[in-house]
Design a protein around this ligand. Structure first.
Ligand code: 6YU
Length: 503
């Protein structure tokens, strides 16, 4: 029976591929994946860079233990398991902190602050895990961090200069978390649900892949029939019949009446931008939260129920971008990432840009987090930025971007001799059609229930015509590759069970 069930999957990102793979394992044979772009992977995008690679999207496997992506990569000898913890105090020390005045902050100051903040990061989980009451004035992770950091500062009784430097390191810690969460500010991120995101067991929080994500993606795609995937097939709308019981498929088709009505009936019609239409019994939508937030009204006919549109409104989807700068040779100390710390209330203007430029009107560069040194690309620095500033940066022309970034590097490191890069590669995640950002997060006012509501099929669980997968539908692993993967498996299993398959 499964062989004749028609399933369309929207999107060939990790969630879509993982759903297709699981459907195939479970005996489904009539599956089509419609992908808007001309490639597999979505937010996983490994690019060849000379003899090496860069990751324009996902970069690490977050966590070990039962992480399904870690298990797959490990079994295929694709991970760099060093055994050390990349989020430990030691590795935080493999960074140099600079102020906008070209002053390098003493290692001990940076260490003290990051140690305090790493403890607060973990403590913040307790509001969710232990149900601790949340203070009205401290609803966000940003306000929690700030208040508890100020308590720490008050207890230290440092000289004003030292206080200012510590605040600078604190500011960079907050920006690190903005990148980690893909948000505009940590004042948006809900402290009550901070612990909702679960880390896997294991000593390494961020596991590196020897050859990047591409070989992992290849392993997943290998298990999917290649003729299932249709590229350059953007889906424009999904029409589903709320009243059509799925049980029609399960009726006795030997009766000519039933057979004829089943042949005619299509509970779901998937319409593509090019006019092609696909009739199906079920559709699994894996479009990003960003795409759904923007398009759900016209995308689903009839419109999604209120509980779903409310979830779409409440959950948030941010932007993280990277810029790769290649120099003729390294001017930095080996292995030391360059982290920017802005000291408070100090004027700062760039000399390289005119007053009419985008960067002068909107100083996006103040949200640059760091310039990271890459083991495998010795001449390259990787710059990170998050939030609205990352979106603004996408509109800045190459020449202006390069000038700004190089002036920032020169001024922070107090090294006027830093040359211009020989090559620059940049990402545009907010402007990437059908993705429109980087990953989802839980803002103040949203909860785990919104994620579950988003994941629920439509019109209802008993009659799942339109199913939802993708990282943003994963209550405990949103924003990750493994969350996307598991959500695809989850929805394939939902269909398998519906047609009598085993759990
Ligand atoms: C991870 C990491 N990582 C950095 C950056 C980015 C992301 N992530 P997709 O969008 O991929 O696929 C959908 C497809 O559907 C797509 O191809 C579309 O073209 C297509 N489509 C959509 N609409 C369509 C339509 N109408 N018709 C046809 N086709 C359509 N994750 O594990 N490790 O290091 C990073 C990072 C710059 C952009 C990441 C990372 C996120 C993952 O990349 C992402 O979740 C999945 O790939 C999504 O797959 P998908 O299939 O769901 O959608 C406390 C707490 C904190 C919480 N955060 C902690 C974790 C921090 C995460 N940090 C990540 C950091 C980096 C560097």
């Amino acid at each position: 029976q499964m062989e004749s069930v028609r399933i369309v999957i929207v999107g060939a990102g990790v969630a879509g591929i993982s759903a297709a793979r699981e459907l195939k394992k479970r005996g489904f044979r009539d599956v089509k994946i419609l992908e808007a772009s001309n490639r597999v992977g979505g937010r996983v995008l490994t690019k060849q860079y000379g003899p090496h690679i860069v990751e324009l999207g996902a970069q690490w496997i977050h966590g070990q233990g039962e992480n399904p992506i870690y298990k797959l990569a490990k079994a295929n000898n694709l991970v760099n398991d060093t055994g050390d913890d990349s989020s430990s105090e030691e590795s935080d020390n493999e960074a140099q902190y600079f102020t906008q005045f070209g002053e390098q902050i003493e290692g001990k100051i940076a260490r003290d602050v990051t140690t305090v903040m790493n403890k607060l990061y973990i403590e913040g989980d307790r509001f969710y895990r232990e149900g601790l009451p949340v203070d009205e004035g401290m609803l966000s992770v940003g306000s929690f961090f700030r208040r508890r950091f100020l308590d720490y500062l008050a207890a230290c009784d440092d000289q004003p200069d030292r206080v200012s430097l510590k605040k600078g390191v604190f500011d960079s810690y907050v920006r690190f978390n903005m990148v980690d969460n893909g948000c505009d500010t940590m004042d948006e991120v809900c402290i009550k649900h901070w612990g909702c995101y679960l880390e896997y067991e294991g000593s390494q929080r961020d596991v590196e892949l020897k050859h990047g994500y591409q070989p992992v993606l290849d392993l997943l795609v290998e298990d999917v029939q290649s003729d299932w995937i249709h590229f350059d097939k953007p889906v424009k709308s999904i029409q589903y019949n709320q009243d059509d019981p799925v049980s029609l498929k399960q009726q006795d088709l030997s009766s000519p009446v039933n057979a004829a009505s089943c042949a005619k009936t299509s509970p779901v019609k998937v319409v593509c931008e090019d006019g092609d239409e696909f009739n199906a019994d079920h559709v699994i939508v894996t479009s990003s939260l960003g795409f759904l937030k923007e398009n759900s009204e016209s995308f689903f006919q009839p419109p999604l129920p209120g509980v779903k549109t409310n979830a779409l409104k409440r959950l948030k989807f941010g932007t993280v971008n990277k810029v790769y700068l290649e120099f003729e040779k390294p001017f930095w100390d080996e292995n030391y990432d360059i982290i920017l710390c802005w000291l408070e209330n100090q004027p700062f203007t760039l000399s390289c840009i005119d007053s009419e430029s985008i960067s002068a009107k909107c100083p996006w560069y103040k949200d640059i987090l760091s310039f990271d040194v890459l083991d495998k690309l010795p001449n390259v620095l990787e710059m990170w930025i998050s939030g609205k500033s990352a979106v603004t940066m996408e509109t800045v022309p190459d020449a202006e971007l390069q000038a700004v970034v190089i002036e920032i590097l020169r001024r922070f490191t107090n090294n006027a001799n830093i040359p211009n890069p020989v090559k620059m590669t940049r990402t545009y995640w907010s402007g990437t059609p059908y993705i429109l950002g980087s990953y989802s997060y839980l803002p103040v006012g949203a909860s785990e229930k919104d994620i579950c509501d988003l994941a629920d099929p439509v019109p209802c669980q008993k009659n799942p015509l339109v199913l939802f997968a993708g990282e943003a539908t994963s209550p405990h692993h949103f924003s990750t590759v493994h969350g996307a993967f598991s959500s695809g498996v989850r929805e394939a299993m939902r269909l398998s069970i519906l047609y009598g398959g085993k759990v």
